[in-house]
Design a protein around this ligand. Structure first.
Ligand code: 4NP
Length: 150
């Protein structure tokens, strides 16, 4: 079974959406998709209401998800670790113990814009439009990821 982890800062806005979107495109009996945050402020909480709503607008339920913090042990438990921005990338790589760990980590939009290290903007302090924008970016990236995983 292939195992994919989506990582952002809070694990309440972007990575829960990435998890839900990728799950909607793959066979969840064959591929494990989960998410985590590099920060621990929201551990145990539901995704942000605005993420729940934008997912719902696209017939995806993420309301069962609960926030958890990324740890170095995740390098062993996942094959592909997708981060949302350069700050997540630095935080995750700071916990890597070897080259094998480091090679698992990729910025998610590099699946569309190869090698360009473009950030998925953090919508937390923005308006609702930011969430739809983030949804569209993640949907495009997850389409590429789902085809690669098949
Ligand atoms: P996320 O957004 O990384 O997309 O989940 C954030 C959510 C909460 C915080 C930061 C970013 N926060 O500082 O609480």
């Amino acid at each position: 079974m292939k195992r994919v982890l989506m990582v952002c800062l809070g694990n309440i806005c972007r990575s829960p959406l990435a998890e839900g979107i990728l799950k909607s495109k793959i066979d969840t009996n064959k591929i494990l998709v989960e998410s985590a945050g590099t920060g621990g402020w929201h551990v145990g909480e539901l995704p942000d209401q605005r993420s729940i709503e934008v997912a719902q607008d696209h017939q995806i339920d993420i309301s069962y998800q609960r926030c958890r913090k990324f740890t170095y042990a995740d390098f062993k438990d996942y094959d592909f670790i997708y981060v949302m921005d350069k700050s997540n990338l630095a935080d995750v790589l700071s916990l890597a113990q070897n080259e094998q760990d480091r090679q698992k980590v990729q910025m998610i939009l590099n699946e569309i814009y190869s090698g360009q290290n473009i950030d998925v903007p953090d919508p937390y302090y923005g308006g609702d439009k930011g969430f739809e924008n983030v949804f569209q970016m993640l949907d495009e990236a997850c389409e590429v990821i789902s085809n690669k995983l098949k």
